[in-house]
Design a protein around this ligand. Structure first.
Ligand SMILES: *Cc1c(COP(=O)(O)O)cnc(C)c1O
Length: 379
């Protein structure tokens, strides 16, 4: 068991296959020890090196490291000029941070429904949501599959909007030959421990636009243009060199981690297609899906009963996400009364099952066997 098992109804004596299990090895530990010994433990040379290497990996000119994926989103929106009275078009089927980061700026998230197969923002419904207040579009590459960016970029160009990718789940994902994180005006990644790579807590903004990168840097450190010269109201959203050292070690292994996720997903999909009542994830043509989550859909029957069955038989699960963001209490209190039928349907039917790189063959076999048993039990 560890902190990342989101549910634990397991029978005593049954070991749960966790839904996430970060890989921290000697290399990360050594790197951190060196930083601690160096005396540079806040933002310093390791952060600069990590920014350079991460930008190189994604294929952008600049990267600005932050304290989390959430603070990366907050900074990117501010740098894009989003503020009080503005609107940002986004998906309701995401982690709350996607909507919250818009609220921090004083702007209003405008939720547009998802595509029922990819669970990503449906480009065909974006234009109807654009108003004179719209400043930006914030698509999420959910579960590690890129959003359909070509039509999104086209709409943005036509209406003069900024596009910020929420790539928190999509390190190494590829859309039509281009890396996630290099597709919009800016992109934000998270390095939370459950993500495809980690720095403990941490985030980063990638962009080809120097002006936007500079704005993010200034906003990241109290609006300082030079030491003790504060030109705007900024924040302390810096990454530490301790976190960056972990990130440098992880970045070297990211492709290997992703390859394992992709292989695990292929195994699961190959077997799940035979199982009645369960739908495996749909992967678009010409993308590399990096399976931050492997999320199945229960076609009929009670999703929560399936979860209980899986957990009781040692398979950890997650629900990403149990309700659309606008249905969260905070949003209800703020008067959001959106209705996105596909997001609501998905929120009731999805189950994430383990796909992380530490799964063993036996774990994959157990997962498939348990799904087969569940299908026989419920169908
Ligand atoms: C994890 C995540 C975030 C927030 O990242 P943190 O590092 O946890 O702040 C934002 N958006 C999505 C889609 C995420 O999955």
């Amino acid at each position: 068991m560890n902190d990342f098992s989101e549910s634990c109804n397991c029978k005593t004596g049954v070991d749960m296959i966790p839904i996430a299990n970060p890989i921290i090895e000697d290399e990360e530990i050594q790197e951190v020890v060196e930083v601690l010994k160096s005396g540079f433990i806040a933002q310093g040379p390791k952060v600069a090196e990590f920014e350079e290497k991460f930008a190189q990996y994604v294929g952008t000119k600049y990267a600005v490291a932050t304290s989390s994926g959430t603070t990366a989103l907050h900074l990117a929106l501010l740098a894009a000029g989003v503020g009080e009275g503005d609107e940002v078009i986004t998906t309701p089927f995401s982690f709350a941070a996607t909507g919250n980061s818009v609220l921090y700026t004083g702007a209003r998230p405008v939720f547009v429904d998802i595509d029922s197969q990819t669970y990503n923002l449906d480009p065909a419904q974006i234009e109807a949501a654009i108003t004179p207040q719209t400043k930006a579009i914030l698509p999420v590459h959910l579960y590690g599959q890129p959003a359909d960016m070509d039509p999104i970029m086209e709409i943005a160009a036509k209406h003069d909007l900024r596009v910020i990718e929420d790539a928190a789940q999509a390190h190494g994902a590829i859309y039509k030959g281009k890396m996630a994180g290099s597709l919009g005006d800016m992109a934000c990644f998270s390095f939370y421990p459950t993500k495809n790579m980690t720095t403990s807590e941490g985030g980063i903004i990638t962009t080809d636009n120097k002006e936007l990168a500079d704005k993010c840097r200034i906003l990241r450190a109290h609006g300082e243009k030079e030491r003790y010269q504060h030109v705007v109201l900024g924040y302390n959203f810096r990454m530490t060199d301790i976190a960056a050292a972990i990130g440098l070690a992880q970045l070297k292994k990211l492709d290997k981690f992703n390859q394992k996720r992709i292989e695990n997903a292929a195994y699961l999909s190959e077997h799940i297609k035979e199982i009645e009542g369960v739908k495996s994830p749909y992967v678009m043509e010409d993308v590399q899906h990096v399976f931050h989550q492997y999320t199945i859909r229960i076609e009929n029957g009670s999703r929560d009963e399936w979860i209980q069955f899986l957990n009781e038989n040692g398979v950890g699960t997650g629900i990403h996400y149990p309700k659309p963001i606008y249905k969260q209490e905070l949003y209800q209190e703020l008067g959001f009364n959106d209705n996105c039928p596909e997001a609501e349907k998905a929120a009731n039917e999805v189950i994430s099952i383990p796909v992380h790189p530490r799964l063993k063959v036996e774990d994959l076999e157990t997962i498939v066997q348990t799904l087969e048993d569940a299908s026989r039990h419920f169908m």
